[in-house]
Design a protein around this ligand. Structure first.
Ligand SMILES: CC(C)(COP(=O)(O)OP(=O)(O)OC[C@H]1O[C@@H](n2cnc3c(N)ncnc32)[C@H](O)[C@@H]1OP(=O)(O)O)[C@@H](O)C(=O)NCCC(=O)NCCS
Length: 162
């Protein structure tokens, strides 16, 4: 092998070596400072069914007692790219919204937030969680069935706007 070959092979290794594995996504408790970005993400995703009355003041009051159930994923620079809002009145739990920035989808962020929110419910002793998925939202249906949710057969959801 010519003298230059080892150096060439080393350089080639660098070129073809697989990239280091991306750090696994982690979710964090939602903080009050995240709320404006969370609302912006929700507004941009009609399937998330965000309601305008769920404003900054309401969410801040909610976080005061439920931050462990409400999850975000932030980039290293602190940008919120995924959010999940959940709550409990102490017995049953509910997940009201989940959203991931379009540029960060299919990376497992929603799955991580879901797992961490369910763990937070478990720690509280809350063992049944409800959520609603709009008809035709196949991504959300696959997400939640993958997380262990099943359609509640024989039940209809009733709601009342005040
Ligand atoms: C639904 C949503 C939150 C999923 O977020 P995500 O971070 O891309 O989801 P994940 O990468 O964690 O995917 C977890 C699983 O969900 C399912 N899933 C996610 N996106 C999917 C898609 N576009 N089509 C089919 N299945 C999908 C898959 O089973 C996936 O597992 P896999 O990647 O191993 O196949 C995201 O698409 C979103 O923000 N949609 C708009 C808002 C919305 O619909 N919110 C849900 C309201 S209930």
């Amino acid at each position: 092998m010519p003298a230059a070959a080892p150096a060439l092979a080393e350089a080639f290794d660098v070129l073809v070596a697989p990239p280091p594995p991306a750090a696994p996504a982690v979710s964090a408790e939602m903080a009050a400072a995240d709320i404006p970005q969370v609302i912006a993400l929700l507004r941009a995703a009609p399937q998330a069914a965000y309601c305008e009355w769920e404003d900054e003041a309401l969410l801040a009051r909610h976080l005061a007692h439920s931050a462990d159930l409400c999850r975000v994923v932030r980039t290293p620079s602190g940008r919120v790219v995924a959010a999940l809002l959940a709550g409990s009145f102490g017995v049953r739990g509910s997940i009201s919204h989940a959203v991931v920035d379009p540029g960060h989808r299919r990376l497992g962020l929603a799955r991580v937030m879901a797992a961490d929110a369910l763990e937070a419910f478990r720690r509280r002793g809350v063992r049944r969680i409800f959520l609603a998925v709009l008809d035709g939202n196949e991504a959300a249906t696959a997400l939640w069935t993958g997380a262990g949710f099943r359609p509640a057969l024989g039940e209809r959801t009733f709601e009342c706007d005040l």
